[in-house]
Design a protein around this ligand. Structure first.
Ligand SMILES: Cc1cc2nc3c(=O)[nH]c(=O)nc-3n(C[C@H](O)[C@H](O)[C@H](O)COP(=O)(O)O)c2cc1C
Length: 165
């Protein structure tokens, strides 16, 4: 089977858009846009993220030992494009877009995110072009807003489900 067919298939899968961030001890921040993020377990709370090994985050995270998953809102498409490398900003300059703060772990947290998970890196699993980051969630910051979604090569949103209440 060709990878083109695989990519065409994956484009049909709607994904919540996150920015995964990390920060070194010298305060240098790095981040990338990602949809390959998934819940792993609830006890302890943990998640995983699949990151290309050539990215800044993959290169920084083993040294920093921390990362955060910032699930973006529909109002944060510019952040998503920036951290996907679509606006020409690289490395720490990407943090000029958006409003970032540092909380429990020091990994950058986006104000206005739907939710942010701060993680302590538990394990890195190598697999071909990518690494799987496994993190224990040490803090969850609940925000408001409507999640940004990526589907068929486009940023989008889903209608909010009606509340039963
Ligand atoms: C919607 C979307 C989702 C993406 N998901 C991932 C992902 O899950 N993992 C990954 O490694 N790259 C993903 N990328 C690509 C990275 O965001 C992109 O390569 C980024 O520029 C990497 O940053 P760096 O190489 O400058 O560190 C995605 C891009 C887009 C537009």
């Amino acid at each position: 089977m060709t990878s083109d067919l695989f990519i065409a298939g994956m484009r049909k899968m709607a994904g919540a858009v996150s920015v995964i961030t990390t920060a070194g001890q010298d305060g240098e921040r790095r981040g990338l846009t990602a949809t390959a993020v998934c819940s792993l377990s609830t006890a302890p709370p943990s998640l995983l993220a699949c990151v290309n090994r050539e990215t800044w985050v993959a290169r920084f995270v083993s040294g920093s030992g921390i990362f955060a998953v910032n699930v973006l809102s529909a109002a944060q498409e510019e952040i998503a494009r920036t951290f996907a490398g679509q606006t020409g900003l690289t490395a720490g300059d990407r943090f000029r877009i958006g409003d970032w703060e540092s909380r429990e772990t020091g990994a950058p947290i986006a104000r206005g995110a739907v939710v942010a998970f701060e993680c302590r890196l538990e394990r890195i699993v190598d697999h071909t072009t990518h690494v799987i980051l496994i993190g224990e969630v040490v803090a969850t910051i609940l925000g408001d807003g409507h999640s940004l979604v990526y589907l068929d090569g486009n940023f989008s949103t889903l209608p909010r489900p009606f509340s039963a209440a």
